[in-house]
Design a protein around this ligand. Structure first.
Ligand code: BTN
Length: 257
């Protein structure tokens, strides 16, 4: 059971999570907010204990044992022109990594575009989706999955999953973690508007893959090069010899040369 009062007392935001919806089971928190006709407040946060069709990036499923983890989505539907959508991705992954480091003293690593790793294993993933009418962006939904108290993961994974409980060997308070993530996310969202260079630099400081030889896989296509940098929009710049290519999608992994 999720203890609302414990979450609420630690929430220190102006709008993110101020309208909080708790659900037992849904298909997907992202799908619910994306497809809902109802006009929810900016910052509405929807948490589900179980998702029947939890979705990950690149049409992958996101599996999470009922009641153990955090699977939630944040709706943004106000003044969206002020944001670069991909900066929201970076802000969300930074919010998760800062929260895990601050609350549990675990060293995290960011994996482009928006995975959070601990000890080279995946502890959190983010799926940003949006809805537009014509060229106008109506809403952005930031879906976040964090492995919190689940310790067994079955199936095939691109990167081995882990959880905070597994790494810390202690049960983790989900309410405190969620409020910390939302507090950090709101701050980083503000930073993305006020000083996006600082947001990008903070992300760079937390990504150990920068400057390394990497492999990018997408749709059965493989590219190799050096992860040179991220550009002003947060996309990857891949350097192959003296050629640069902007990468917007794919799975990146380190390679040994
Ligand atoms: C990934 O790493 O591929 C992204 C995973 C995103 C999972 C979250 S869980 C809450 C929200 N609802 C979904 O269906 N997906 C996101």
């Amino acid at each position: 059971m999720f203890k609302l009062e414990e979450f609420d007392i630690k929430l220190d935001t102006k709008f993110v999570g101020r309208n909080f919806i708790y659900a037992d089971t849904l298909d997907s928190t992202n799908s619910f907010l994306l497809n809902s006709e109802k006009k929810y407040n900016n910052g509405t946060t929807l948490l589900a204990e179980f998702q029947e069709k939890g979705r990950g990036r690149i049409q992958r499923p996101w599996q999470s044992t009922k009641g153990k983890n955090l699977t939630f989505s944040i709706l943004l539907n106000k003044k969206l022109k002020k944001y670069i959508p991909n900066h929201i991705n970076l802000a969300a992954s930074l919010a998760v990594s800062q929260s895990i480091e601050h609350l549990y003293q675990l060293k995290t690593d960011l994996k482009w575009p928006n995975d959070v790793l601990v000890n080279k294993k995946k502890i959190s993933g983010i799926l940003l989706e949006s809805k537009s009418t014509g060229s106008a962006l109506n809403k952005i939904v930031v879906g976040i999955g964090i492995n919190v108290n689940q310790t067994k993961f079955e199936g095939e994974f691109k990167i081995q999953p882990t959880s905070i409980k597994y790494e810390k060997r202690q049960i983790i308070n989900r309410e405190i973690l969620l409020s910390e993530v939302l507090n950090n996310f709101e701050e980083l969202l503000e930073l993305s508007k006020q000083n996006s260079k600082k947001l990008l630099d903070t992300w760079r400081d937390n990504c150990r893959m920068l400057g390394e030889n990497v492999k990018i896989e997408h749709n059965n296509e493989i590219k190799y090069g050096v992860f040179y940098d991220i550009d002003a929009n947060g996309f990857m710049l891949l350097k192959d010899g003296d050629k640069f290519e902007k990468i917007t999608l794919g799975d990146v992994s380190l390679i040994q040369i």
